[in-house]
Design a protein around this ligand. Structure first.
Ligand code: VTB
Length: 322
């Protein structure tokens, strides 16, 4: 029997980077071609193929959907060779299918891996999210604060004016009220059309990205992936599931969730050390997108381990003619 201690994150991390690179490479020809489904499918196929080469007993806990909705990388699918440690996998083969189809910034391939039982089995509902980067005292914010209280508290902790704070928010009609409340404080808002895993990650490198805080409702599975990234990079995050129907509540129950009001901190979403890899598909503030030149594709991948806090940025030149 495999033990949790078998999770050799140091060795497995390089394999994980390959999985994430392969998904990006597969979607390269679909950047800017207006076909989201084809781009996603190409990334899913490649990610699954590469995952199945790893010596793990892997189970997808955050994936493409329920088994009856997603033929590949569905929740509960077993991946890997079956030899090696029992691990849980959270993935989004193409986070930002629309961004890819339209060649807009910040599309990524994303995958996280940890020992069995290390990541919240988030159902496919929304999650109300709040995230900030490292360096702030614990618990300076919480989800029960209003958007303006959050901005004020963060500005105070940073020793600056609310005018110097930039908040990242998904541009959706459901966010109109929080957007106007944040603007009322004098803070600036970076609106994104999709891709809130990247949105949250931006807070962890505020000096490079200019984003201090992320808030709003996005996909719950993406919330767990973002929590895995912040566990590696540092930073605080809170998430509460948002249910719009009985069907969504049933999905949560099936995933083992009984307290529908619970606020999860970063470390309650990701309870043990994990590894995380993301590869840029289109260029953004955290990763370069895929570069093409005759005979080669070049990708940039960020590979992180929460145990050590190490962050590698790896460039991979992939020959296309072979
Ligand atoms: C976000 C974002 C995704 O969905 O989670 C968002 O990260 C939330 O859903 O890239 P809505 O589109 O319904 O607002 C995406 O934009 C697409 O999956």
């Amino acid at each position: 029997m495999s033990q949790k201690s078998d999770f050799n994150d140091r060795m497995l991390s390089l394999g994980l980077a390959r999985v994430s690179e392969a998904a990006a490479i597969a979607s390269a020809d679909l950047i800017g071609r207006g076909d989201e489904k084809a781009a996603d499918q190409a990334a899913v196929n490649a990610m699954r193929q590469q995952l199945n080469l790893l010596d793990i007993q892997g189970v997808v806990v955050i994936g493409e959907g329920e088994r009856d909705e997603a033929p590949m990388l569905y929740i509960g699918e077993e991946v890997g060779t079956g030899n090696g440690p029992a691990v849980d996998i959270a993935l989004d083969p193409l986070e930002g299918t629309t961004l890819t189809a339209k060649d807009m910034p910040n599309a990524l391939t994303v995958i996280a891996m940890g020992p069995r039982g290390s990541m919240l089995h988030a159902p496919d509902t929304y999650m109300d999210k709040l995230a900030i980067g490292p360096g702030y005292p614990e618990g300076i914010l919480n989800l029960d604060m209003t958007p303006s209280e959050r901005v004020t508290a963060l500005a105070k902790a940073r020793g600056c004016s609310p005018n110097d704070i930039t908040v990242c928010v998904l541009e959706r009609p459901r966010h109109e009220a929080i957007i106007s409340e944040i603007r009322g404080t004098g803070a600036s808002i970076r609106l994104i059309t999709d891709g809130d895993v990247a949105g949250v990650i931006h807070t962890a490198e505020a000096n490079l990205t200019g984003i201090d805080m992320y808030m709003g409702q996005g996909g719950a599975p993406e919330g767990v992936l973002a929590a895995a990234a912040l566990k590696c990079m540092g930073g605080q995050m809170w998430g509460r599931l948002v249910f719009r129907s009985d069907d969504e509540r049933a999905r949560a129950t099936k995933a083992g969730i009984s307290d529908f009001e619970r606020v999860y901190t970063r470390d309650e979403m990701v309870t043990e050390d994990v590894i995380f890899a993301a590869t840029g598909v289109t260029s953004g503030s955290i990763l370069s997108g895929i570069k093409r030149e005759p005979g080669w594709l070049t990708t940039e991948t960020v590979l992180m381990r929460s145990k050590t806090g190490s962050i590698r940025r790896m460039s991979y030149r992939h020959p296309t003619g072979r």
